[in-house]
Design a protein around this ligand. Structure first.
Ligand code: V0V
Length: 175
C-alpha cells in the first residue's frame, strides 16, 4: 500500500470508474484505457502561439529552448505565416508559431488585444466533419460550416473560445 500523506488517501482507497457520458461527473480513467473522447479527439496535435515576428520567434525558440522548425508555410486564407516546431523525438504534439500575414487577420487582432502568447489548442481528429457535428450537437459554435485548409493540407475547424472555457479549440484532420 502506498501512502499519500499530503491528501490522506492510499492507493488502495482510489476507485477508478470508467467515465460514460450521461453517468454523472467525469472521473479519472487509468492511462492506456483507450480513446477517452466520444467526440473523436485522438491526441493534442499542436499548441498555437501568437507571435509578432515569425523569424524573430524562430530564433528565440531555437536559441532558448533548442526547438527547431520542421515545417513552415503561409496560409493566405487565414492570414498567417506559421511554423511548426518539433519537441523531443518529434512524434508528439508540436508548437505552432503564428504571425500575422496581414493586419486584418485573426492573429493580428489577437496580438492587438492580448499580446503574444497562447492562442489556441489543437486536437487531432480522424474526421473533422464528424467531430464538428458532435460538438454542434452539444450546443457549441463551430466557426466554419465546412472545414478549411490548415497546415500541410490538413482540414480544420474551430470551436469558439466562448463555448470552450475561454480556449480557442482547433480540430485538425491531417492529410
Ligand atoms: C478571441 N477571444 C479569445 C481568442 N480570440 N479567447 C481565447 N483565445 C482566443 N484565441 C475572445 C476575446 O477575448 C473576446 O472575449 C471574444 O473572444 C471575442 O469574440 P468575437 O468578437 O466573436 O471574435 P474575435 O473577432 O475576437 O475573433 C475571435 C475568433 C477568431 C476566435 C472568432 O480569432 C477566429 O476566427 N479564429 C479562428 C481562425 C484563427 O485563429 N486563425 C489563425 C490560426 P471578450 O473580450 O468578449 O470577453 S490559423 C491555424 O491555426 C492554422 C492554419 C492551422 O493550425 O492549420
Amino acid at each position: 500500500m502506498t501512502d499519500d500523506t499530503s491528501s490522506g488517501t492510499t492507493a488502495e482507497n482510489v476507485t477508478v470508474n470508467l467515465f460514460q457520458p450521461g453517468d454523472g461527473p467525469a472521473v479519472p480513467r487509468p492511462a492506456g484505457a483507450g480513446s477517452f473522447s466520444d467526440v473523436g479527439l485522438l491526441r493534442i496535435d499542436h499548441v498555437g502561439i501568437a507571435v509578432a515576428d515569425l523569424d524573430e520567434a524562430l530564433r528565440f525558440y531555437a536559441e532558448t529552448f533548442g526547438l527547431h522548425c520542421v515545417h513552415q508555410e503561409t496560409n493566405e486564407e487565414q492570414g498567417v505565416r506559421e511554423a511548426m516546431l518539433a519537441v523531443g523525438d518529434g512524434a508528439g504534439p508540436r508548437l505552432q508559431l503564428l504571425a500575422p500575414a496581414r493586419p486584418d487577420s485573426a492573429i493580428a487582432k489577437f496580438l492587438d488585444r492580448s499580446g503574444p502568447g497562447l492562442q489556441q489548442l489543437a486536437y487531432t481528429v480522424a474526421d473533422v466533419e464528424a467531430a464538428a457535428a458532435a460538438l454542434r450537437a452539444r450546443g457549441l459554435r463551430l466557426l466554419y460550416d465546412t472545414p478549411k485548409r490548415g497546415t500541410a493540407g490538413s482540414r480544420i475547424n474551430f470551436v469558439h473560445p466562448k463555448d470552450a472555457g475561454g480556449v480557442l479549440v482547433e480540430l485538425v484532420e491531417p492529410v
